[in-house]
Design a protein around this ligand. Sequence first.
Ligand SMILES: CC(C)(COP(=O)(O)OP(=O)(O)OC[C@H]1O[C@@H](n2cnc3c(N)ncnc32)[C@H](O)[C@@H]1OP(=O)(O)O)[C@@H](O)C(=O)NCCC(=O)NCCS
Length: 172
Amino acid sequence: MTTVPTEEESGSGVRVREAERADLLAVFHIEQEAFPQPWPFSAFERFLDEPGFLVAQVRDDADSRETATVGDDGRVVGYVVADVVPNHGESLGHIKDIAVAEACRGQGVGRRLLQQALTVLATENVASVKLEVRESNETAKRLYRGFGFEHHGRLPRYYSNGEDALVMVQEF
Ligand SMILES: CC(C)(COP(=O)(O)OP(=O)(O)OC[C@H]1O[C@@H](n2cnc3c(N)ncnc32)[C@H](O)[C@@H]1OP(=O)(O)O)[C@@H](O)C(=O)NCCC(=O)NCCS
């Protein structure tokens, strides 16, 4: 496993910031590694100006010689894509995609990304936030439950292999 320095350990660690065009290859690489049906590159391009498209990057001043080197662009180790959609006269936040480079999982990066995405959505006055997750994805479900997301419904055969999606919602 590749060790990502935490803020506490290194005094710097991972920084979560808005995604830029230069991040897209690394993001796409992580997406392909993480999902059997990855988003196309163009999908990420479309979200470039969304404030909820964030990346986690190992900070330049971190003791990072032994840290992640995903992509060619400065050690982007994860991302989240969130946006706001209208919903019966209210604004609904939507976590559309989140992934962390396989070698860097289990070190708090996903939690940092989701926390920051929810903070961005909160500034956009959403009433609630929804997401879809594979029924079998216990790791992600546990992450979401940790933020207060609760089971809200089921989308039968949502994925191309016939698996159902669970809809989870967090009320703000
Ligand atoms: C889901 C994912 C983004 C989590 O990122 P991560 O950086 O590994 O997660 P973190 O280290 O921040 O852990 C956050 C929480 O996730 C859960 N979690 C993380 N790794 C886990 C594991 N191996 N088993 C069970 N739960 C786990 C835990 O609830 C954890 O909180 P805790 O440490 O307080 O118990 C990452 O596993 C991933 O990229 N998976 C592939 C893509 C994916 O499935 N995305 C979600 C699509 S809906």
